[in-house]
Write a new protein. Structure first.
Lengths: 630, 234
């Protein structure tokens, strides 16, 4: 009679993927396993040895290496190794050494084969690529969220109410009242078929017509908005929400194959998702003093936590928080102009860094700048703009957006300059790159005009997009700087494990995770001439080229999403516990799920950094023409 | 080690010549490796008994666990476990230790019925135990009782190895005064010195496995793989 080693079976049954094996297979393992004790420092298997076992670590610790000798992983009790050799070419691919005195259970190849063939769950677990696991973790999460799976078409209550662009003000108001709508789409009927040419809303009638007491015969064209921001019926509701937040509009015409199908309003989205950050945004616009804004700002953390608890993804949360920050800034500028009077020359207020990227979270300082019209005369005009910049900056500080420690704020005269000076700044950074200077000016390559003549910010974006891709030295310097911050290798017990095997108690998820990712995404985006600022949108532009190897864009997107969401979740937890949120995480605060997937994500960052180093070497040519975006 | 060791292959050959029971004869004829065999090449079997007490003449075997192994590997597929019906009544005290009750042994075979299987599993291998005053004497008495002839074989004792490695494990009067406790050479305490996991004690097969792992650890830490078997067997 063969006897089962119960100690072995019990231990296996507590660790994945063995914990889900049927009793019969567990018994098969336990009655065929071999056991081996290895002393610390001993080699367990060497590269190229025949693969004869799946190794299960019963106690102790084991280090796994790449063929190159580079540390790949450090395993602890209950983890296993050797599966790749068994599945691939039957030779050891990752050599292993005992880091501590270790007891190993060796599962013979034939038993492994039986498990693999007869149990799908086991097969999936051992053979799945790290990155595929990361992807499925993210999509499982997103499927649970309504906002992220429901389409805009669900919000369309009735067909779009339209009128020709030739109608007069009073007629337009009458149609809107009769139909009971808060917006009217205006169609240019001089073309066939008629095309959408503009929109008027209740608010336009109030702020543009009534305030100025326009005559009722005024052509509607005079007051309609003709830069239409639309959304497709098959886009997600969260994209509608992001668009409203980003563009500060309350109505979005919905189009389907170019035809207007309806209009969705802020209140439609708010009704759909009652606890919405849009609600906070509309509240911001109702405040008439810095004091009022400061009061509203107390809701920002709560709004953040709600979104996290509703399982929103990092793109939604980052955009919503940036939208909120942008709204504070915009409202402060409106209030500033009310106090100081209208600006003497046109200007554009720019957000930089995470706000410009739509990736803002709760622990954030203000990074901003002002572009002034080229007719700006310092002697005459600068008092005004300094006062305005100071008003905004102080107001933002009151609302929780602390002053920038690097003094990248519009209050700094260096960053309050006419457009031509800004153009010269960027041309100099790109054409005469210096590593040190670029380290400090990195943040300017994430920019977004958020108030005033935003065309000036667009002009800078175009300038950057047209020059950066043609300056390999510039990209090489950015790449070199981007490699200063590297991800950890993974986790080992309660420690963060570094690439060189050192162990730390805590690590910074921003500095070691999201920041290196957004840095390297920015460089690829600049190389392909993208004008997008958001990392996910930049990735979309990069994906339209052949710059990255196949799957590269998806891997980066998944890694960014996962690291960002862990960072977000830990900040939300801190807020809920009444602690001050920050970016530092201790491994013991991470769930097993988070640890495993973070490790996969770090792996993606690490190989992306290697690619970056290889791709942007000073002196190498510009991306080949077929890599450029069409 | 400490005591002069017999020439075991010669002794077993002698026993084989004198044995009457064919099962015992076969066991002795299988012999054992020569004393100069390097330990890394010796086939071994870790064995543990649960008993009703500590005196082989008054107490009885209730279960036997064993597993084959060598310097490199413990062969899980070779594991065996038998519950046997003791000749003497179970003592309440020992039930509390090994957890085997009257119900468990109701249908259990007498040791005599499994002797052949047991001896076959041990044949040709060196038996490894933790504390040699149990398995060898208990088996000897049990076989004498049933077959009218006893058994002899070499053992490696992992507890004796620990005792040898820690000759000063008992604190002197001064350290005793300070409250120092003697260093324990019990199975689980010895294992923890080699960072082996804790196993719940008093299951014969688990203890046999625990003993095999302990010997592997002792050999790796303190002995050259070329160490002759004769340095270790008793």
């Amino acid at each position: 009679m063969q006897a089962e080693l119960i100690e072995i079976r019990n231990h296996l049954s507590q660790h994945p993927p063995f914990d889900e094996l049927p009793e019969s297979l567990l018994e098969l393992i336990a009655s065929n396993v071999e056991v081996s004790y290895v002393r610390a420092g001993t080699a367990i298997c060497r590269f190229g040895d025949p693969s004869t076992y799946l190794y299960y670590l019963r106690s102790g610790a084991v280090e796994i290496y790449r063929r190159s000798g580079e540390l790949y992983n450090r395993l602890e009790e209950g983890e296993f190794f050797g599966q790749f050799g068994l599945m691939m070419n039957k030779t050891v691919r990752f050599p292993a050494n005992a880091l501590e005195d270790s007891l190993l259970y060796l599962i013979p190849a034939a038993v492994f084969q039986t498990l693999w063939e007869s149990d799908d769950n086991f097969a999936d677990y051992v053979e799945i690529e790290d990155r595929t696991r990361l992807r499925s973790a993210i999509s499982n999460r997103e499927q649970g969220n309504d906002l992220m799976t429901a389409k805009v078409s669900r919000l369309i209550g009735r067909p779009a109410v339209t009128a020709p662009t030739t109608v007069r003000l009073q007629e337009a108001a009458r149609i809107m009242t009769e139909q009971g709508v808060s917006s009217l789409l205006l169609m240019d009927e001089s073309q066939s078929p008629a095309v959408m040419a503009g929109i008027v809303t209740d608010r336009d009638l109030r702020t543009r017509a009534l305030v100025d007491a326009l005559p009722s015969e005024t052509p509607i064209q005079d007051i309609m908005s003709n830069e239409l921001i639309t959304i497709r019926a098959d886009e997600f509701i969260f994209e509608a929400m992001l668009s409203m937040l980003h563009n500060n509009v309350h109505h979005l015409p919905v189009v389907d194959k170019g035809e207007p199908r309806g209009v969705i309003s802020l209140s439609d989205v708010i009704k759909y998702e009652s606890q919405n950050s849009l609600y906070l945004v509309s509240n911001i616009y109702h405040q008439n003093s810095v004091k009022g804004l400061k009061k509203v700002s107390k809701d920002v953390h709560a709004s953040f936590v709600r979104m996290v608890n509703e399982d929103a993804n990092s793109h939604i949360i980052g955009s919503a928080m940036a939208g909120i920050g942008r709204s504070f800034t915009q409202r402060l500028l409106e209030l500033g102009e009310e106090t100081l009077g209208p600006p003497p020359v046109p200007y554009c207020f720019m957000a930089l860094g995470s706000m410009a990227r739509d990736e803002q979270l709760v622990v954030t300082d203000q990074d901003n700048a002002m572009i002034l019209d080229d007719s700006f005369d310092p002697a005459q005009h600068d008092d005004y703009f300094l006062a305005l910049a100071k008003f905004v900056s102080d107001g933002l500080a009151d609302c929780g957006y602390s002053y920038c420690t690097g003094d990248i704020m519009a209050t700094n005269p260096k960053w309050r300059q006419p457009l031509r000076v800004w153009k010269a700044y960027f041309s100099d950074w790109i054409e005469n790159p210096k590593a040190e200077a670029l380290l400090n000016s990195n943040i300017f390559f994430d920019l977004d005009g958020i108030y005033g003549d935003t065309g000036m910010a667009e002009a800078l974006k175009s300038l950057i997009a047209s020059k950066a891709g043609d300056s390999p030295r510039f990209l090489a310097f950015l790449a070199r700087n981007a490699l200063n911050r590297t991800p950890p290798l993974g986790f080992f017990r309660t420690f963060v494990m570094e690439q060189d095997g050192k162990q730390n108690n805590t690590f910074n998820l921003k500095r070691r995770g999201t920041a290196p990712l957004s840095d390297l995404i920015r460089i690829h985006a600049l190389a392909v001439g993208s004008t997008a600022q958001n990392s996910f949108e930049r990735l979309r532009d990069i994906g339209a080229t052949r710059l990255l190897p196949e799957g590269g864009v998806e891997n980066l997107r998944d890694a960014l999403e996962f690291i960002a969401i862990v960072r977000i979740r830990h900040q939300a937890l801190a807020i809920e516990d009444g602690r001050e949120p920050d970016n530092n995480v201790r491994p013991e605060d991470l769930s097993t799920f988070e640890r495993n997937h973070l490790k996969d994500a770090f792996q993606v960052v690490s190989s992306a950094q290697k690619f970056l180093r290889f791709r942007y070497q000073a002196g190498s040519g510009r991306p080949r023409s077929n890599e450029r975006r069409s | 080690m400490t005591q002069a060791t017999a020439d075991w292959p010669e002794q077993l050959a002698l026993c084989a010549a004198n044995a009457r029971d064919p099962r015992l004869k076969a066991f002795f004829e299988a012999g054992c490796p020569n004393g100069n065999t390097p330990i890394a090449e010796v086939p071994m079997v870790a064995m543990d008994f649960e008993t009703t007490g500590l005196d082989p003449n008054r107490h009885s075997i209730v279960s036997i666990g064993l597993v084959h192994f060598d310097y490199h590997r413990i062969q899980g597929a070779s594991a065996r476990h038998w519950v046997v019906r003791p000749v003497l009544p179970l003592h309440g005290q020992s039930v509390a230790v090994h957890g085997i009750t009257h119900t468990d042994i109701g249908d259990a075979p007498d040791l005599g019925e499994i002797v052949e299987e047991l001896l076959t599993a041990l044949a040709g291998k060196v038996v490894v135990v933790h504390y040699r005053a149990i398995e060898r004497p208990f088996l000897d008495v049990a076989l004498k009782y049933r077959l009218d002839e006893g058994i002899r074989f070499p053992v490696i004792d992992t507890m004796a190895i620990e005792a040898h490695l820690h000759p000063n494990r008992h604190p002197n009067w001064w350290r005793k005064l300070r409250g120092d406790k003697p260093l324990s050479i019990r199975l689980n305490d010895s294992r923890s010195r080699y960072h082996l996991p804790h196993y719940p004690p008093h299951h014969a097969l688990t203890d046999a496995l625990a003993t095999a792992e302990l010997l592997q650890a002792q050999l790796q830490h303190h002995f050259d793989p070329q160490t002759p078997l004769a340095d270790l067997w008793l």
